[in-house]
Design a protein around this ligand. Structure first.
Ligand code: HEC
Ligand code: HEC
Length: 501
């Protein structure tokens, strides 16, 4: 699909060339433009969206999502600024070189949808769409897929990612409230104070504050020491769809976004500046956030239906739901952009007069998030957004990585803590969201397991008890649990292969 918003109907809403701050030239206001057709080679994204217009409330949700879908599916070319001859996938400069595409250290795909394609754009990916995470930091001469240079990971789907981002945000608010209380008490009493960290019922160990305000993080579990729940990357390393999108644009496509690399800056020396505007990234973010939410699809055949019902109960009975938590209540139904915890290099709250919001239970693709009472929403993600270690003396399948992905201080300055920053543990991963497990195979963070039973088989460590109980069940009972998991799916059939709004 080409990135041509308004191609049908020719209705544009104030598009701006050049991105932020309205510095660029306004080229269209809800009108038919006779010069619209330009022949010859053209960039995949021909029109850029101005954040100022979004801030002024002049861009309808529908148009934002359509533009975002186009950016997400655009097959970027050299005229868009595809490729990054003078920088790595982290943005660090390097000796200019010009391999346009390289499978390991990337650019590795022409579009986001090249990998995120199952069952449609925005979704998960086949094993062939695996990414060699951290190889993007290397000079692209490294063609090795060896674990010494990268961590191979399978593509995840973003259906329901808006609610996931908001769940993480509400959990972060709760953890920060506990930490703040801890700091205040420690200062008031002039002794170290320790409190249990619990957010929406999920336990993250304990936090200790020193009278001088420093945090002793040694008992914090499953989350970074900054206590910001980062729901993205199977490692739990990225806080928002926006942060991920800015990273991925540079990493996978060599597209430098204005908010990350600056206005009129050709950081990668490819001759193109302002490759995607702030508004374009808002649109790509809202497109992902407003994707449909995975659902439980009741099987038609009575036998399957009854098995799935039994399986659902057994899933809880053997303790799978301790990590794959079935359900949470969100205090708010709104998704709001930008995320208040975004690190520098991404649009932040202070950059906009007010956030862009939409109601996740009403707006966006159907099926929407479920409504709860009193303005709340119900999310059924089958995860606790916490990192766990599934490895022990008998099972080590999920301990196959060598390189640490970042450090546990997260976005916080290491000097805030009583001990030096440590790498994120290589053997720990977020409890995988199972709400789309029925049609997001293959399984495991590397996507190297072809059945769910194999994935469950390798649940050692923190999940050992639950795993052993699963394999003590009769084969019919195990099959019922699998039958239940098969009902958790992303809707395959939507109008025109696109989500319905
Ligand atoms: C070469 C394949 C590939 C391309 C191209 C790609 N992705 Fe991904 N994406 C992945 C993989 C693999 C993961 C899982 C990474 C991990 O867990 O470490 C992922 C994860 C994500 C996530 C986090 C999902 C989650 O639940 O953790 C987001 C958001 C995302 N991608 C957005 C994008 C966007 C936006 C683009 C285009 C700018 C893009 N991706 C391009 C393969 C790809
Ligand atoms: C201690 C926490 C914990 C418990 C208990 C647990 N899991 Fe998991 N589960 C995880 C984590 C973490 C992953 C991600 C593993 C990886 O890929 O590194 C995972 C992954 C999975 C996957 C693979 C999904 C995919 O798309 O790749 C399935 C299936 C699964 N779990 C099912 C179960 C079932 C069934 C049970 C109960 C018998 C269970 N889990 C118990 C933490 C847990």
């Amino acid at each position: 699909m080409r990135a041509e918003i308004g191609a049908k109907g020719r209705k544009w809403i104030a598009w701006c060339v050049g991105g932020v701050g309205g510095v660029g030239l306004m080229i269209g206001m809800t009108m038919h433009h006779p010069d619209d057709v330009v022949i010859g080679e053209r960039p995949a994204v021909e029109r850029h969206l101005s954040q100022r217009e979004i801030d002024r409330g002049r861009v309808r949700m529908k148009d934002l999502v359509e533009h975002g879908a186009a950016v997400f599916s655009a097959r970027f070319n050299a005229l868009d600024g595809q490729g990054r001859p003078a920088s790595t996938g982290t943005g660090a400069p390097r000796v200019p070189d010009e391999p346009h595409m390289i499978r390991t250290s990337a650019p590795d795909s022409t579009s986001c949808a090249g990998c995120h394609a199952q069952p449609r754009a925005g979704g998960a990916g086949d094993f062939v769409a695996n990414v060699f995470v951290l190889a993007q930091a290397l000079d692209p001469v490294t063609e090795s897929v060896s674990g010494n240079f990268s961590n191979e990971r399978n593509t995840l789907g973003m259906m329901g990612a808006g609610p996931i981002e908001m769940l993480a945000r509400e959990m972060t608010e709760e953890l920060h409230a506990i930490r703040d209380e801890c700091r205040e008490e420690a200062a008031r009493l002039n002794v170290p104070v320790t409190l249990a960290l619990v957010a929406k019922g999920v336990e993250f160990g304990r936090v200790t504050a020193m009278p001088n305000g420093k945090i002793d993080p040694s008992e914090i579990e499953g989350v970074d020491w900054d206590l910001i729940v980062k729901p993205f990357h199977q490692k739990g390393a990225v806080v928002s769809l926006r942060e991920f999108t800015n990273n991925a644009m540079n990493h996978h496509h060599g597209i430098q976004t204005v908010e990350r690399f600056g206005e009129d800056v050709d950081a990668d020396l490819d001759g193109v500046v302002n490759e995607l505007s702030v508004g374009d990234i808002t649109a790509a973010t809202i497109f992902q956030a407003a994707l449909d939410v995975p659902v439980e699809v009741r099987p038609k055949e009575r036998e399957r239906r009854e098995a799935a019902e039994r399986g659902s109960m057994l899933f809880d009975a053997v303790g799978c739901n301790e990590c794959h938590v079935r359900e949470f209540t969100l205090r708010s139904r709104d998704f709001s952009e930008p995320n208040p915890y975004n690190p520098a290099g991404n649009l932040r709250l202070l950059d906009v007069p007010h956030p862009f919001t939409f109601d996740m239970t009403k707006d966006g693709a159907k099926p929407n998030l479920e409504r709860g009472p009193h303005g709340t929403a119900i999310i059924r993600p089958f995860t606790d957004l916490k990192r766990h270690n599934l490895n022990d003396a008998d099972f080590g399948h999920f301990d196959n990585e060598i390189l640490a992905q970042g450090t546990l201080n997260g976005f916080a300055d290491p000097s805030e803590f009583t001990i030096p920053a440590e790498p994120r543990p290589t053997g720990e991963f977020l409890s995988r969201k199972l709400w789309d497990v029925g049609n997001s195979d293959p399984y495991g963070h590397r996507g190297d397991l072809s059945t769910m039973t194999e994935a469950i088989y390798f649940h050692g460590g923190d999940a050992r008890e639950s795993r052993d109980m699963f394999f003590e069940l009769s084969s019919e009972e195990r099959a019922s649990i699998i039958e239940f998991l098969k009902t958790l799916r992303v809707e395959e059939h939507t109008k025109h292969g696109k989500p319905e709004f």
